[in-house]
Design a protein. Structure first.
Length: 269
């Protein structure tokens, strides 16, 4: 039993090492998924829809096939990670210590029974019983864990198979995108590119020019108003200067007399 115990002990710990390897292998799948989806989103965003229909039809046909294969691979990866997998671990120290205490109690009771009844029943070897129990627990745990790892490895292989298939379609999709020149930003195409930064600079410059022109106009109006005000004040000061000098007397002019037959009017005048 000692040799078998060592073998199953190694199998028990190896089952958990295999579990970690499966998880590490699945992480590689996620890295590949992210890279492929990033390139696919770029191609869809930069796709020139004004191209001929035939290259576009081929491109979308291969791309859809690639996405279906990729989603199938993602499904098997999900099954590898998120399905219900109940790994079996060795029992807790608390349970084993309780079992060991009961064994010692059983051995003492059996010893007292032999003394009381004058019997010679053999006493069990506690170390042998404990080791046999540990051997049985480790054997069952390793068998169950290896069965779970086997199922998970099946899903990993299925995910890798569909990933390789989607990778081949992905290469075809990228080749069609490049060869048929479906990229709207290709230098071989006369594409109007809207440079928002330049437009914003022009807009800000125009606004600045308009503000400066309005400021100049306001300053001109203010200057004209100040000049007219100064001229008016100068004219008033000159008039005051002229009024201080002696002026020539005003010559007499003709007199107007209205004919009336009203005596009273004549007398008032």
């Amino acid at each position: 039993m000692h040799g078998l115990y060592d073998v199953f002990e190694k199998l028990y710990f190896k089952s958990f090492e295999d579990r970690e390897r499966i998880i590490s292998r699945v992480q590689i799948n996620f890295t590949i998924y992210m890279g492929m989806l990033t390139v696919i989103f770029y191609m869809l965003r930069m796709l020139d829809h004004d191209e001929k229909k035939f290259p576009l039809i081929i491109f979308f046909t291969v791309l859809i096939s690639c996405l279906i294969s990729l989603l199938t691979s993602i499904y098997f990866t999900y099954k590898t990670l998120c399905d219900k997998y109940n790994y079996h671990y060795f029992t807790s120290f608390y349970e084993m210590s309780k079992y060991l205490a009961r064994l010692h109690e059983y051995r003492n009771n059996m010893h007292k029974y032999n003394i009381t009844n004058n019997n010679e029943f053999s006493l069990e070897d506690i170390n042998f019983i404990i080791k046999s129990n540990i051997f049985a627990i480790i054997g069952k745990c390793s068998d169950e864990n290896n069965r779970i790892n086997k199922n998970r490895m099946f899903f990993v292989r299925k995910s890798m198979l569909w990933l390789w298939f989607s990778g081949a379609l992905f290469v075809m999709t990228s080749a069609i995108f490049a060869v048929t020149d479906l990229d709207v930003s290709s230098p071989r195409k006369d594409t109007l590119v809207k440079d928002r930064s330049v437009a914003d600079e022009i807009k800000n410059f125009g606004k600045h020019v308009i503000d400066e022109m309005r400021s100049i106009m306001r300053n001109d109006e203010k200057n004209k108003l100040d000049m007219s005000k100064n001229a008016h004040e100068k004219a008033i000061s000159q008039q005051r200067y002229f009024d201080s000098r002696p002026t020539l007397p005003v010559p007499p002019t003709y007199q107007i007399i209205t004919e009336s037959y009203d005596f009273k009017k004549w007398t008032e005048d």
